[in-house]
Design a protein around this ligand. Sequence first.
Ligand code: NAD
Ligand code: TYD
Length: 328
Amino acid sequence: MRLLVCGGAGFIGSNFVRLRLAEHGDEIVVLDKLTYAGRRENLEGLDVRLVHAGIEDAEAVAGALKGVDAIVNFAAETHVDRSIAEPGAFVTTHAVGTWVLLEAARERAVRYVQVSTDEVYGSIEEGSFTESSPLAPSSPYSATKAGADLLVSSYFHTYGLPALICRGSNNYGPRQYPEKLIPLMVLNALHGDTLPVYGDGMQVRNWLYVEDFARAIGHVLAHGAPGEAYNVGGPDECPNIDVVRRVIELTGADESLLEYVTDRPGHDRRYSLGSEKVRALGWEARVRFADGLEQTVAWYRDNRAWWEPIRSGDYMEYYRRQYGRALG
Ligand code: NAD
Ligand code: TYD
């Protein structure tokens, strides 16, 4: 296929691009704004054309879309804590950016997959969300992602655009920006920095290895029904504190680094997705959390050249603002 992958220089997007090139030999154009989270080095050595532009830039989008069969949109601001501190960019990218992409897709009648998140359903104490669960987002991140999902659905209902939505649970794996729980804890543990656990650490996340999510998006792209949403949940759920304790074991760090800090405002207690619908398309998660976490810690240990430039400058400044202390 000839694909336009928006946000393809980020964590999940670049893993998706890698997988598609290796397993499908697609022709790929990446359109990415290269924010702090988007990195050219994530695409190093890959046979793709990179267009450096935002999805809200209609002219750049129209140019990048020439000759393309389908759009997969990963482009987003993705960190809940940043959305609490400064929601503006979340509104622009998720609402305006998604609208611009949808207009371009409508004009050329191309298939469109919106990459979304379990967070649009809000928190669930027991059981799992299905695709018909109501959207009840809690943070500016999840609220603007939910808004984007609704806009995507409206383009199917109103204009007949062959648009689909793929909602993943918490991803982890190589090339995840270290503001997120797992890489943050791994890098802090390797450096002997404290490990900041929000609140009581008993919040539960449904962990999905990034390659499993990338493969699921491929199934939705190829076999999903237009107008439908598909949940993609990981095979295992785990409270944050257990994740952090396992990172301590895998890195050989000192347990005294663990520190309980002030909770995130509006913190969702538990996420859990039922994945029956995407399974019916032939997808199955391949990586259990215990194995994937071990592989991920090994990847960060072996790829200092990827994260050393990140763990300086802007990131240090962000960390100081967010956690009220400097990294060592
Ligand atoms: P990421 O922050 O690593 O990457 C986001 C990418 O989007 C970056 O390359 C960035 O430069 C780009 N981008 C941001 N604003 C843009 C804009 N206006 N125009 C063009 N590009 C822009 O995020 P990620 O973890 O790879 O997430 C990718 C997608 O998957 C997002 O839509 C996110 O909501 C969704 N998702 C993430 C997770 C997770 O656990 N990380 C889980 C489910 C769904
Ligand atoms: P995060 O990786 O930000 O993903 P999300 O908020 O999208 O689930 O956080 C995962 C969980 O880890 C979430 O419950 C918040 C918690 N957390 C901490 O306890 N400490 C931290 O420093 C971070 C970044 C997250």
